[in-house]
Design a protein around this ligand. Structure first.
Ligand code: BT5
Length: 264
């Protein structure tokens, strides 16, 4: 893909990490089907909270709802983190918000670029997608047993290597800043921010997450069309509620609550 790229090593990542528990155990692969699938397996086998799975490439990188995540080798970040929160399953969206905050903040800190969040989980730079998040959980009745937070970030991907179907909607940090960056450093800042916001969520509940998410989000206050399954809701996105659902005021002035979907 890119002729020369930085090499990720577990030791290198551990040396730059200042977290307490996220990244205490790290698995790094050259190639894998999906870091989320592997982390799911590890979580079921009892892997510790904070275990991280990384790969240089994915042959079956997953998006939400059966979609695929373009995962070429050597240029980007594909990582999954296992968390074991003591929370009801209804809080999963807010955990995804914590991850979106962590990614947007880390990109801002490392590059100075304005990384924004589009509801529910897209990270955009200048309107194009630079990162995506896929949270999957294992649950027993209404209680979370584990959550796998999957994060894909286009880092040193060159424009010529973006497939034509993604050309209009995807970008990378290198494309936006004209500079290749050290992936290890960005991985460490993402994991540190994730631990910080996860701890705050466990300690103080949803308020801080919702406030920070809104300060980074571009969706609120805009006219949107949201697809949720086979149905569409159109109107002004006015807020999110305490579970992370998007509140849309439709043209009749009725407030519609959308739990999951895509802003199109
Ligand atoms: C997401 O899904 O944005 C979640 C992506 C999560 C990927 C990570 S990588 C590590 C971990 N292991 C996995 O197997 N997955 C996670 P969604 O909102 O459904 O967006 C998917 C859509 O984004 C696709 O249908 C494409 O239109 C677009 N897309 C695919 N690959 C892309 C890329 N590399 N950059 C930008 N857009 C992409």
């Amino acid at each position: 893909m890119t002729e020369k790229h930085d090499i990720l090593t577990i030791e290198g990542i551990k040396n730059c990490l200042t977290t307490r528990f996220i990244g205490a155990d790290i698995y790094l692969f050259d190639a894998i089907d999906s870091t989320n699938d592997h982390a799911n397996k590890l979580a079921k086998q009892g892997a510790k909270e904070g275990t991280v799975v990384l790969s240089e490439s994915q042959s079956k990188g997953k998006g939400r709802l059966g979609r695929t995540w373009f995962s070429p080798s050597g240029a980007n970040i594909y990582l999954s983190v296992i968390l074991r929160p003591q929370m009801p399953t209804s809080q999963i969206t807010l955990l995804t918000f914590a991850a979106a905050i962590a990614v947007a903040r880390a990109i801002r800190d490392v590059t100075g670029l304005d990384a924004d969040i589009k509801w529910p989980n897209d990270i955009l730079i200048k309107g194009k997608k630079v990162a995506g998040i896929l949270s999957e959980m294992g649950a027993k009745s209404d209680t979370i047993r584990f959550v796998v937070i999957g994060i894909g970030i286009n880092v040193n991907l060159d424009k010529k290597d973006i497939p034509s179907e993604l050309m209009d909607k995807a970008t990378s940090i290198k494309i936006e800043s004209n500079n290749a960056i050290d992936r290890k450093n960005l991985i460490c800042r993402v994991l540190e921010n994730l631990e910080k916001w996860y701890n705050l969520f466990e300690r103080n509940g949803a308020n801080d997450i919702i406030k920070e998410w809104k300060s980074l989000a571009i969706t609120i206050g805009r006219d949107v069309k949201v697809q949720s399954g086979n149905s569409f809701v159109e109107g002004r996105a006015i807020d999110i509620d305490e579970s992370g659902a998007l509140l849309i005021k439709d043209r009749n002035g009725v407030i519609q609550k959308v739990l999951s979907g895509d802003v199109i």
